[in-house]
Design a protein around this ligand. Structure first.
Ligand code: SAH
Ligand code: SF4
Length: 372
């Protein structure tokens, strides 16, 4: 049995390596170059859980890899299924940390839960989306979000971000969901602030987009941020995937109270960064707006929101608040949500209301947290 969780954290983390880095490692170990392709394919195309699975690699090579590198595969610790088909996976990292990933099937019908809804795409395409975590906990401290109560425990590695997808694909295949890679879409909207773990997130995207790996299309991946302005600018230049920005308020006074990040980068700076965002076809930025009862859900808020976004080629995703124990915010209710949307519409701003998937198992937006 080749061990998968060696104690020595200094050894290179195999699933986090880009192909050229993996090639260099393979040649340092004295193996033929084509072994790097095989290994990369096992890690990212087939999503192998352990070196033991890589049956066409010579045993001696696998033993060298086991001795000199690490393969930090996630272990599925628990799965909860919602009445709406959403599945929440709790996964354990090699060092015993717990994270969550949420699977949302959408075989047909409305797709309002997902900001990726793409006008150019036929509405009949089957979409199976995974919401992935990028950190254990989060440092951003948003007052309405359950993940914030954990604080930041640590960043996930690129390999750990990718592995959430590979573990869920394997689970779904086991359930009989068709396809070699059942997941079609990814949203970086689970635990953590993706742009606060910039390097690892960028690396994970590169791995997931690679043709020899999971081969996702950049049109089917969305990264959501609470508004780290300098990294939004960098992200626009360095990545092709889509961006969602959590605005959640229409004045700095209001936003700073909800989201401490606003004290560093205010709404004007955020809107400027979005205005500069390179908008290639199909890459319109989405603004997320969590509707909090009696906090930011009035018609005046809608009017201010419309004014802020005037002239910007953006979409708006309204997220009715998912209530959390101990956090004093409420869901405005369907009527207020509809009225808010209508008030935006009347001012020429198209907004979608995100479906509250998985509320019954605390898998909806802002409900992910693991008590220490
Ligand atoms: N950290 C990133 C991505 C994860 S949060 C970000 O903040 O954008 C994903 C979305 O859920 C964000 O738009 C956030 O504002 C929203 N959210 C957080 N808590 C929520 C809750 N309790 N109910 C509804 N949406 C929530
Ligand atoms: Fe972090 Fe996003 Fe939650 Fe804010 S909303 S605490 S940025 S996960």
């Amino acid at each position: 049995m080749v061990p998968s969780f060696p104690a020595d954290a200094a050894r290179p983390d195999l699933r986090s390596l880009r192909f050229p880095e993996l090639s260099a490692l393979v040649s340092r170990l004295g193996e033929r170059p084509y072994r790097a392709r095989q290994l990369y394919s096992w890690l990212h195309h087939r999503g192998a859980a352990s070196l033991d699975d890589m049956t066409d690699l010579p045993r001696a090579f696998r033993e060298r890899l086991a001795a000199e590198t690490r393969l930090t595969t996630l272990a599925i610790d628990a799965v909860q299924e919602s009445s709406d088909g959403t599945r929440k996976y709790r996964m354990r990292t090699w060092d015993g940390k717990l994270i969550e990933s949420v699977y949302m099937p959408d075989e047909a019908g409305p797709r309002s839960f997902d900001p990726e809804a793409d006008e150019e795409e036929p509405s009949t395409r089957i979409r199976r989306t995974l919401c992935v975590s990028t950190q254990v906990g989060c440092a951003m401290g948003c007052g309405f979000c359950m993940t914030a109560t954990m604080g930041l425990v640590r960043n996930l590695t690129a390999g750990e971000i990718c592995d959430q997808i590979y573990r869920v694909n394997a689970d779904l295949r086991g359930l009989g969901v068709p396809g070699e890679r059942p997941l079609t879409n990814l949203v970086y909207m689970g635990m953590g602030e993706p742009l606060h773990n910039y390097e690892n997130v960028m690396r994970s995207l590169e791995l997931l987009l690679s043709e020899d790996g999971a081969n996702f299309s950049h049109r089917h991946i969305t990264v959501s941020t609470s508004g780290l302005v300098p990294n939004i600018v960098r992200f626009g230049e360095e990545s092709q995937v889509k961006l969602a920005v959590s605005l959640n308020a229409t004045t700095d006074e209001q936003r700073a109270r909800l989201m401490p990040v606003d004290r560093k980068w205010n709404i004007a700076a955020l809107i400027d960064a979005v205005r500069m965002f390179p908008s290639r076809q199909g890459r319109r930025v989405t603004f997320e707006y969590v509707l909090l009862r009696d906090v930011n859900d009035s018609d005046e808020d809608a009017a201010r929101l419309a004014a802020l976004l005037r002239d910007l080629p953006v979409k708006v995703n309204l997220i009715p608040y998912n209530e959390n124990p101990g956090l004093a915010f409420g869901d405005p209710g369907a009527e207020r949500v509809a009225a808010f949307r209508k008030a935006l519409d009347a001012r020429g701003i198209t907004a979608m209301v995100r479906k509250n998937r998985g509320r019954d198992i605390a898998a909806a937006c802002g409900q992910l947290a693991i008590q220490a």
